[in-house]
Design a protein around this ligand. Structure first.
Ligand code: UD1
Ligand code: UDP
Length: 363
């Protein structure tokens, strides 16, 4: 049974890695890995193949960056002949990026069963490109694998047939569990001169935060104050680096003494940075989940989250972009509020195995 699997961006790689491993134990499955090329820098793509032991993609569509329409259309045009030629039993897409919906649409229109891993998450904010990708991908998927109960409930409410929905846990956490001990050997804290529990980690890349100079400026007001109190480590996403330069923010940021702006770092270093931090500030989806398992407090610099279990069970707080709100939440954490010790159901490192078992039965 031939299954085509899609990756395009950095977070897709942490999600596909355990699936590729689980296929290796399923003799009836012939996995094919297709990279759309949406992310292409070594430190946004190839580095993760090496670190996570993901097999070389069978094909790289080399699509690269572009507007939403250009990127989505280019992926579709490049992927259609691949599906026609390989004639798979199913196409598996993960997450909520443009590569997810583009390849999903191609598969669905060609009548190939579409499998969505990380289905049902909803921020209920249609101004987020990822929310459009989630809603549309789920609407055309034949098998929907959910990470948390809220996803199951969202899909039921949208009328998805019960037999298509499976709560299986979180493949991104499979990767964390698998690599946690190795990450603990990373020398990154020494390299950056950091003491365990005495620094904060920051990531930012949502268009709503970084493409709007006013919002980005307000977030930096908070971060400027925060870094006076605690060292702040910021591996900057390429979108964000570009915007900071365009908005003329770079001189202001370069002047901050207690801030280290880095290139994006590899998975093992980043996991170690998060695991030993006092707190993490982020607008990433995956990092809200990883900090939940690492029991590190997380301040989500957004107005909403599609991953409510990280707030209900973990130490995640959704604090938006208002400096006073961010700093008030920060002070509470520094004054002793820790991340909670709860693990969401099935976030146990075995989600990919469950998915492959169901695929084998259903397909
Ligand atoms: C994409 C996803 C987002 C996901 C994020 C993970 C969509 C709509 N967005 O956002 O959901 O959270 O990836 O990181 O699919 N660039 C580089 N090198 C690269 C890749 C990108 O320089 O290897 C720069 C380019 O200037 C590009 C910009 O980053 O225009 C944005 O890249 P793009 O893939 O369009 O969106 P992301 O912001 O990365
Ligand atoms: N990550 C990483 N290096 C970094 C920043 C993030 O390895 O410099 C990892 C992080 O641990 C998580 C994933 O990248 O596994 C999250 O990707 P991102 O925030 O780009 O996307 P999102 O989850 O928001 O879609």
């Amino acid at each position: 049974m031939r299954i085509v699997n899609i990756v395009g961006t950095r977070p897709n790689l942490m999600k596909i890695a355990p699936l590729m491993e689980a296929y290796a134990d399923a003799p009836g499955i012939e996995p094919i890995l297709v990279h759309t090329g949406q992310h292409y820098d070594d430190n946004m793509s190839d580095l993760f193949f090496r670190q996570l032991g993901i097999p070389e993609p069978d094909l790289n569509l080399g699509v690269g960056s572009g507007s939403h329409a250009v990127q989505t259309a280019d992926i579709m045009k490049a992927f259609e002949p691949v599906v026609l030629e390989r004639d798979p039993a199913a196409v598996v897409v993960v997450g909520d990026v443009n590569s997810t919906i583009a390849c999903g649409l191609v598969a669905s229109k060609l009548g190939i069963p579409l499998v969505h891993v990380e289905a049902g998450l909803r921020s209920f904010d249609r101004s987020m490109p990822e929310e459009i990708n989630r809603v549309l991908t789920d609407a055309i998927s034949d098998l929907l694998f959910c990470t948390e109960q809220s996803g199951v409930e969202n899909l039921r409410r949208e009328g998805v047939a019960e037999e298509r929905i499976h709560l299986v846990g979180n493949v991104m956490i499979d990767t964390l569990v698998r690599h946690r001990a190795r990450a603990a050997q990373s020398p990154i804290l020494d390299d950056l001169g950091l003491a365990e529990g005495e620094y904060a980690v920051l990531t930012l890349h949502r268009p709503s935060n970084v493409d709007d100079p006013e919002t980005l400026g307000r977030i930096w007001d908070a971060l400027e104050a925060l870094q006076r109190d605690m060292p702040l480590i910021f591996p900057a996403h390429p979108r964000t680096r570009r915007r900071m330069a365009e908005f003329g923010l770079s001189p202001r940021i370069d002047a901050l003494e207690n801030l280290q702006v880095l290139e994006p770092v590899g998975y093992l270093d980043f996991l170690q940075l998060m695991a030993r931090a006092r707190l993490v500030l982020t607008d990433s989806g995956g990092i809200q989940e990883e900090t939940t398992i690492l029991e590190v407090p997380c301040l989500t610099l957004r107005e909403n989250t599609e991953r409510p279990v990280t707030v209900e069970m973990g130490g995640n707080q959704v604090v938006g972009s208002d400096p006073e709100r961010i700093l008030a939440a920060y002070r509470k954490i520094v004054d002793g509020q820790a991340g909670s010790g709860a693990t969401p159901p099935l976030w146990d490192g075995r989600a990919a195995g469950r998915i492959v078992e169901i695929l084998t039965q259903v397909l």
